[in-house]
Write a protein that binds this ligand. Structure first.
Ligand SMILES: Cc1cc2nc3c(=O)[nH]c(=O)nc-3n(C[C@H](O)[C@H](O)[C@H](O)COP(=O)(O)OP(=O)(O)OC[C@H]3O[C@@H](n4cnc5c(N)ncnc54)[C@H](O)[C@@H]3O)c2cc1C
Length: 379
């Protein structure tokens, strides 16, 4: 029995699988076309305790830790969901943790509890049109005016930004690019805050992505998450969970593509034999399976160390890169084994191929992970 295979986690898998089968699979294609998942899905997931996994019960969550959240992600994708669906439904996983960490009852009551109950949707806005990798260089500024901040700037590529009721927003509290980063929670409907374009994307179609604009937006000081200038550290601390979630999406997508490819190769006949009857095909499937298993084992190992509170920044970056590289290779191989059908919208593997491309970009790119790894090596 592995750490993610305890009786409780088997139950969690079962719960997730039945949720996906009942509530997601009949509608996923429609949501992909609509460009978003319905708000009602959040409430349904909350009612069965799925939305709050990984958040303490004291703030309205369902309890559990990082590994439990990973089990949910694994099972959503294994059951026929997608990384895009995980991104859309669990955006609160990146929008809330900084607030939970501060134990600010005002913010927890106003945003954390409703989001975990599925009645509010949150987003996290760090990336700006001028650049996303350099978090300390953000240019959206908040200038103090009495008991408010006045915010000016813009954000882009924000997951759930179209639907979000509130946005945990990274702002600089000195001058643009100063590195003095703070987090402010900004409500939809605040004068001067507008959601610009809904962005069209290669993949993650059921996950809405937006540009946000802030023109003289007055935000109460009480909406600041933690003390001024602590935003950069808070963002970096939470990156571990986000990166491991993306790593999980990567090996889980790879696993789903292995499963789909095995089934396809058993069923598909060419030259009078099933594809799986050819040694070259069997060896390809064997390599896909081996690489996926190795990536999963490594990500699990690093996640256990994160959950135990060990300082493993370098290992988290390596886990993300290893899982993403595995996923890229496996989805490409799976699509190739599907032949022409693999290129069709009707093929599930086609969606995974497009969705997977994001995993080496979001939450810190592969190159930024390599920077962290090189630093960890003392280079
Ligand atoms: C679908 C989607 C959803 C997203 N959701 C969110 C969200 O919810 N919230 C949010 O804040 N952001 C979100 N992002 C933004 C994402 O985090 C950024 O795109 C990412 O961090 C990269 O930033 P950038 O696009 O500005 O690229 P840039 O920083 O401009 O980088 C461009 C290229 O240069 C490389 N590069 C940059 N610096 C270096 C360096 N020092 N050395 C070597 N190479 C370098 C990068 O790796 C990349 O390949 C999302 C993006 C996408 C596509």
């Amino acid at each position: 029995m592995t750490i993610v295979d305890t009786p409780e986690r088997r139950q969690l898998r079962e719960l997730t699988r039945s949720f996906v089968t009942r509530e997601v699979l009949p509608h996923l294609s429609d949501w992909e076309r609509a460009g978003e998942v319905p708000r009602s899905l959040h409430e349904t997931a909350a009612k069965i305790g799925l939305l709050g996994i990984g958040f303490p019960e004291s703030v309205g969550g369902s309890g559990g830790d990082l590994l439990d959240s990973m089990v949910v992600t694994e099972e959503i994708i294994r059951s026929g969901g997608s990384s895009g669906l995980v991104a859309a439904l669990f955006t609160h996983g990146i929008a809330l943790p900084h607030m939970v960490e501060t134990q600010d009852e005002g913010l927890i009551g106003k945003y954390v509890r409703p989001a975990l109950a599925g009645t509010m949707i949150g987003a996290l806005a760090i990336t700006e049109p001028d650049g996303g990798s350099d978090v300390a260089g953000i240019r959206t500024c908040a200038v103090r005016d009495g008991d408010h901040y006045v915010v000016n700037g813009s954000k882009t590529y924000i997951t759930s930004g179209v639907r979000a009721d509130f946005v945990t927003t990274a702002v600089c509290t000195e001058f643009p690019g100063s590195g003095s980063v703070s987090l402010l929670v900004i409500d939809k409907g605040t004068p001067g805050f507008t959601v610009g374009r809904r962005l069209e994307k290669l993949g993650w179609h059921c996950s809405d992505t937006a540009e946000l604009s802030f023109v003289d937006v007055r935000v109460p000081v009480t909406s600041r998450v933690g003390p001024e200038d602590t935003g950069f550290l808070a963002i970096m601390q939470q990156f571990a969970n986000e990166r491991l979630s993306l790593a999980t999406q990567a090996y889980a997508t790879a696993q789903r593509c292995v499963d789909l490819a095995v089934q396809w190769c058993r069923d598909r006949q060419t030259f009078g034999r099933p594809l799986v009857g050819r040694q070259v095909v069997r060896h390809k499937l064997a390599e896909m399976h081996s690489r996926t298993d190795a990536a999963r084992a490594y990500v699990h190992d690093v996640a256990e160390r994160v959950a135990a509170g060990q300082p493993v920044v370098t290992e988290v970056a390596m886990a993300k890169n290893v899982a993403v590289a595995t996923c890229d290779w496996v989805v490409d191989a799976a699509l190739q084994l599907h032949g022409g059908f693999g290129y069709m919208r009707d093929a599930e593997v086609e969606r995974h191929y497009r969705d997977a491309r994001l995993l080496g970009i979001g939450g810190g790119t592969t190159e930024i992970m390599n920077e962290i790894i090189a630093k960890g090596m003392g280079l």
